[in-house]
Design a protein around this ligand. Sequence first.
Ligand code: SF4
Length: 498
Amino acid sequence: MGIPVWKQGRTSGEVTGLEDCMGCARCIVSCPTDALAIQDVRNLFRPALRQNASHLLKREPNGSIPRGEIVYRPPVERKHDWQEVAQPFSQQALQLQADRCLDCGVPGCRNACPLGNFIPDWLAATARGDWRQAAELVHATSPLPEVCGTICPQHRLCESGCTRGRLEGAVHIGMVEKSIANQALEAGWRMHEPIRRNSHSAAVIGAGPAGLSCAERLNRAGMSVIVYDRSDKIGGLLQSAVPKFKLDKRLLQRRQAILEQVGVRFSLNTSIDAEMLADLLEKHDAVFLGLGAQKSRSVDLPGKDLPGVEQAIGWLHETNRGARASMSGKHVLVLGGGDSAMDCARSAIRLGAKVSIAYRGPEEHLRASPLETDLAREEGVEFYFDHTPLECTGSGAVCGVRFKTPRGNPHISADSIILAMGQQASPPSWLSGFGIATESDGRIRADERGRTTHPSIWAGGDNTHGPDLAVMAMAAGRKAAEDILAGINGFETMRRQA
Ligand code: SF4
């Protein structure tokens, strides 16, 4: 932390031995957890006195507030509706939870967040009740904080880096982030329009998390941005594949309105073809591709083409748009072990079906987050582990799946089979006509700045790194935007100097 030392140790400027300590106690007063204490000669006869940061700074020890438990609506209630299942904290409880932040010298939470969010700063603003400043800070690095706060797996991102997590439970970062965005937006807070527009423009293809992130960053820097999407709604898979009980779609509608207010234009219901891309390259300084990875991974499973066998992404899309009839009395069998499998299973429960998930490995290898698995189980989903599917059975229509297990080859009957075995990128083949190279698995080739093999086309998100978290796509979209801006700013500087 830059604390000066005697320089008598092995390494100049670092404390490597007792002889380096000058007894200044700066390390003690900098320690937020009161883990360090100093004993000085004036208190030699008071061994019970612990001179830690709280004692020296005369502050309340920062350890009295426990991590609050998130309350989920009872399964008997929530499995009959499509509302979000987690109950929000009260305002007062939220401020108390935010106040648990120790403001560590090196913020592990920020380092673990793919967006590098200013987490300790917005936690401090929330603890003070300054929602306006918290909203400014939370939007400084994230285009969709209310979405990230809701669907990020915080236990393996920001909250995994929280110092208190190692002591007595991490700060509720996601819950606070979501609440900041919701409270501020409901109270009328809005993002700022760019101070100055410049003459540059960009076209973003795909209104998923990567595209929205890129568009927001470019727009903020003063570029004119238009976002194209073949769907009539923004969000990409957030809109079509994430169930409503995990993400209220009105949040995406609200975010579209906010982005429009600050100048981002949307052209929805618009499919881009080769001719249009050529036109966009003529008109704009940069084109960003955020096409996602929406094609289901092909699996070698006999009987997978029988009626009654569906791919998870298509099944969720139909269900999310309300086009699926009640499944009461039916048995739905989901094959897979990731979050999509849980999403399908929990959606089928809400449609009235009896639902089972069969996964080829043991429970501890499930890719789905433990919370999702617990919620699914509470809602009545039955699990079969170590079940590797051999074939979908049936003639005319599917009637079940035969599995290989350590104990034999059982058959599980079902009326409907959902294959939740992942997605892959599948960009249009005509992109190669623009010199865009792809990898053997279909991903668009791009470097870490999002540069493709075409000088004016950038790409990021699932279409370059494969299916991943929405927050990773947002980070990739922003990185590409930074690179586009660096190129434009460099060009401007050269022009001014010429
Ligand atoms: S974006 Fe995700 S990882 Fe980052 S602070 Fe928010 S919830 Fe945590």
